[in-house]
Design a binder for this molecule. Structure first.
Ligand SMILES: CC(C)(COP(=O)(O)OP(=O)(O)OC[C@H]1O[C@@H](n2cnc3c(N)ncnc32)[C@H](O)[C@@H]1OP(=O)(O)O)[C@@H](O)C(=O)NCCC(=O)NCCS
Length: 311
């Protein structure tokens, strides 16, 4: 296994250290964070110190739990736990992010980094469970590619009541299918045009292309079929070829759209190309039109937009 820490786009995934006790005790003491978890809030500082000392001393990949600390801008914001089975081929996962940092994709980003390590170490299957009312957790697991495998009714005695559990599983081949294999499956030129209506007329009426979606810059949304065209971007397609047309005034660099199946593959290309020294002008994030996109320029200034559907 590669050495910790690992840097992701926005986070550092690392071992726990003694300096984490206060931040760890603070987010685990939040009753909302603890609501569906096996521990009770608040977590006293002394208990946090014992737990953090145990995490810091644990060996990654050895049977039992290993807890990864998740850091953003030098601040501990959560943890991802992996419990390796005795056979080291199966594992269980758990995730916690401080309430103030939830809803930004940090749990997904940290979990992807940890799952990459776990599957690279030869694990065949990762299981996860959550309280059936814990929708944020179920959504996270689905976003990561876990399949729902069961619903155990009134199975766990938790905080004074019998609760339902959802059971999830993720196989190594699912993970490889989502994150490995060919990443870039199409390249679409994005032509910059002076007048979108005139260009659509040429491609549609003269060359026989179909007009696909049309995006209005002014309204920041896709237009419906019956709305008149407006400056923005449109897609035209014929046979197996798609061309994007964008109305912009003045001279601009050429654009190419590189289409990628999944956000995990965009993240992987971001890591690969950053690691090889590419200057990524805009790291991946979800754009207003729903695509997860990063942007970089080649030496001549041609802009490469690399995108997948949003996670
Ligand atoms: C479960 C838990 C870790 C999920 O955290 P989260 O922040 O919701 O998860 P993510 O990091 O994947 O963020 C996803 C959300 O951020 C949004 N988001 C914003 N920017 C994003 C980006 N760049 N990438 C992905 N998602 C992004 C998503 O739209 C999504 O919102 P939605 O849930 O409203 O659809 C968190 O709720 C938690 O710590 N709960 C308490 C502990 C717990 O119960 N753990 C689970 C035990 S099994």
């Amino acid at each position: 296994m590669s050495e910790l820490p690992v840097r992701t786009e926005r986070l550092v995934v690392r071992r726990f250290a003694a300096g984490d006790v206060t931040a760890f005790a603070a987010y685990r003491s939040d009753p909302e964070v603890a609501r569906y978890q096996g521990w009770d809030a608040p977590v006293p500082e002394a208990a946090a110190r014992r737990l953090v000392a145990g995490f810091a001393a644990a060996e990654e990949g050895k049977p039992g739990w290993f807890q990864y600390a998740v850091e953003r801008d030098g601040v501990l914001i959560g943890d991802v736990g992996i419990c390796w089975a005795g056979n080291r081929m199966q594992a269980e996962a758990g995730f916690t992010i401080a309430a103030a940092h939830q809803g930004n994709g940090y749990a997904s980003e940290a979990a992807r980094c940890v799952l990459d390590r776990v599957f690279a170490a030869g694990v065949r299957r990762v299981s996860a469970e959550c309280d059936a009312r814990n929708t944020a957790s179920a959504r996270l697991l689905e976003r990561l590619g876990f399949g729902l495998e069961g619903h155990r009714r009134r199975h766990t005695w938790l905080k004074g009541e019998w609760t339902d559990d959802l059971l999830f599983g993720l196989l190594a081949e699912d993970w490889r299918g989502a994150t490995a294999g060919p990443s870039i499956f199409a390249c679409r030129p994005n032509l910059l045009v002076a007048n979108l209506v005139a260009s659509l007329g040429f491609y549609a009426d003269v060359l026989g292309f179909e007009v696909g979606w049309r995006w209005s810059d002014r309204q920041a949304r896709f237009l419906t079929d019956d709305e008149p065209p407006e400056p923005g971007t449109a897609l035209v397609a014929r046979d197996n070829v798609q061309v994007m047309l964008t109305q912009v005034a003045g001279a601009h660099p050429t654009r190419l759209h590189l289409d990628v199946h999944t956000a995990a593959q965009v993240d992987r290309l971001f890591r690969e190309w950053s690691g090889r020294g590419a200057a990524i002008a805009e790291p991946p994030f979800v754009r207003p039109w729903g695509m997860y996109e990063m942007r970089l320029a080649d030496p001549d200034g041609t802009v490469l937009r690399v995108s997948s559907p949003a996670p």
